[in-house]
Design a protein around this ligand. Structure first.
Ligand code: ATP
Ligand code: MG
Ligand code: MG
Length: 380
């Protein structure tokens, strides 16, 4: 079969490799550090910076189609690759979602509600920001993830202080909204314009990092699920986006739906699809890249995904200790996915567990047991 290219060597790249290889494709990974989670399972690992033209040229020698696993890949690299390879997502689409200012403006331009916000480039912008935005969250426009590059600010004074502590980089100041639930839609869009949306997952975070995604258990108003899926498809179509995309939404206390942000790639909140759906989000990414038809996104059974952070290695002290995998794997319907990272560190994503069962009560029961065994403290 053909060879597919992956920019980035993290866990998302690794799971893409597994899915693509299962479909008969070879994968070349480009990543600056050697023996990365993806590089060590790919057929070929190119060790180079993401903007290194020699490294990119080596990629092009071997692949006809290239994708990425993170949104901060240099747009210029995607453009370079696109001269001779099929590239998904495009440089133009990535440029929009790399920048919260452009991203929010784009989502709003599609008629999809976003949190009230102001663009902040100078202290003067904060001095003039609408009083009704407070209390607010100041978010750096670029490079933030897992709640990094954000500050919760009660007042204008606090916002100015936070803006200065960020080094006065471009930001959005976003009104703090009363959230009932956080949900996400993972979807795929093929080069023929076909789309497939996965079921809505309900997400909880701990310390700004995704902790759990619950699918097919909590009751969600079908009208809200439909609206979220339609909004995600509208965003992908409007961006002329090809590939897998995730859109995070807030459901507010009054049931209004607000789009939060876009990830131009498979997303942590879509990891449940690996065991809960007929095709996973990574299989969809490989299918799109290879120009194949999209797979079925049907949910086979209620599922909970629990993230495993490096903290699980330090539940008993400062000495890293391997968690009790045997007790986890002894539970019915449990699928363990570890990313092959050399070293466990607190706050570092090491793997995840999918707990699948036809009976929602049993999914919850087993998920709570997994959370206890691994000391995850999941709020489920
Ligand atoms: P990710 O790791 O998902 O990329 P991120 O660092 O890009 O996260 P956001 O998703 O923008 O950050 O925000 C992180 C979390 O902060 C959200 O999941 C939500 O819990 C909370 N949050 C963000 N914006 C708002 C808001 N306007 N009102 C209330 N809570 C918010
Ligand atoms: Mg984000
Ligand atoms: Mg987010």
């Amino acid at each position: 079969g053909a060879t597919l290219g992956m920019l980035g060597g993290g866990q998302l790249g690794r799971m893409f490799c597994h899915a693509a290889q299962s479909l008969g494709y070879k994968v070349v990974v480009l990543e600056p550090s050697s023996a990365s989670p993806a590089g060590s399972v790919a057929e070929q690992e190119v060790v180079a910076a993401y903007d290194d033209e020699n490294g990119l040229a080596v990629m092009l020698q071997h692949t006809q189609a290239v994708t990425t696993e993170f949104e901060n890949v240099p747009a210029a690299s995607l453009k370079f690759l696109s001269h001779t390879a099929r590239v998904s997502p495009s440089a133009a689409a990535v440029a929009v979602v790399q920048d919260r200012i452009a991203e929010k403006a784009f989502i709003a331009s599609q008629g999809i509600p976003v949190a009230p916000y102001a663009e902040v480039r100078t202290v003067a912008d904060l001095e003039q920001a609408d009083e009704t935005l407070f209390p607010a969250i100041l978010k750096a426009a670029r490079l933030g993830y897992d709640g990094k590059g954000q500050a919760r600010v009660k007042s204008r004074v606090e916002a100015i202080e936070a803006f200065k502590s960020f080094g006065e980089v471009a930001c959005v100041l976003e009104k703090m909204l009363p959230l009932k639930q956080e949900v996400s839609v993972v979807m795929a869009r093929g080069f023929d314009g076909s789309t497939a949306t996965f079921p809505l997952g309900v997400n909880t975070h701990i310390n700004g990092i995704l902790s759990s995604s619950v699918v097919g258990i909590e009751a969600i108003d079908p009208a809200i699920e439909e609206a979220a899926k339609n909004a995600a498809v509208k965003i992908a179509t409007g961006l002329n986006y090809f590939g897998v995309m995730c859109v995070e939404f807030f459901i507010l206390e009054d049931d209004h739906l607000v789009a939060n942000e876009i990830a131009p790639r498979p997303h942590n909140s879509g990891h449940y699809t690996m065991n809960a759906c007929l095709s996973s989000q990574f299989e969809q990414q490989a299918r799109v890249l290879a120009g194949m038809p999209l797979g079925s996104t049907e949910l086979l059974a209620p599922t909970i995904m629990l993230n495993i952070l490096g903290d699980s290695w330090f539940a008993h002290g400062d000495q890293a200790q391997e968690p009790d995998w045997a007790s986890v794997l002894a539970l019915p319907g449990v699928h363990l996915h570890l990313y092959g990272k050399a070293e466990a560190r607190k706050g570092r994503k090491m793997g995840h567990v999918n707990i699948v069962n036809k009976d929602p009560a049993l999914v919850l029961q087993y998920a709570r047991q997994v959370s206890d065994i691994l000391h995850l403290g999941a709020k489920i």
